[in-house]
Write a protein that binds this ligand. Sequence first.
Ligand SMILES: [Zn+2]
Length: 88
Amino acid sequence: MRHKTGMENKPCRRCRGTLEARRVEHPYWNGATLVAVVHDVPSWVCRLCGYHYFEPAVETTLRYIVQDYIKMGTLFPIPNTPYRKMPN
Ligand SMILES: [Zn+2]
């Protein structure tokens, strides 16, 4: 018997649909402020409703990527940045 540890076995929290791995563009909000749009973010997307989820490690990395934008406050135009690994 195989045991999977990722999110591929978990149904969508909203509609119980199946999740598939896909890279998405993610508008990152800090409270009511849109601080940056991060693209190529690895995520799990629901095949039925389109809602996307991130692994906890990806959420941590996203916070790291946008931390400078959060410090800068509201910017126009909204910065657009690629997803990248955190330096060790
Ligand atoms: Zn869904």
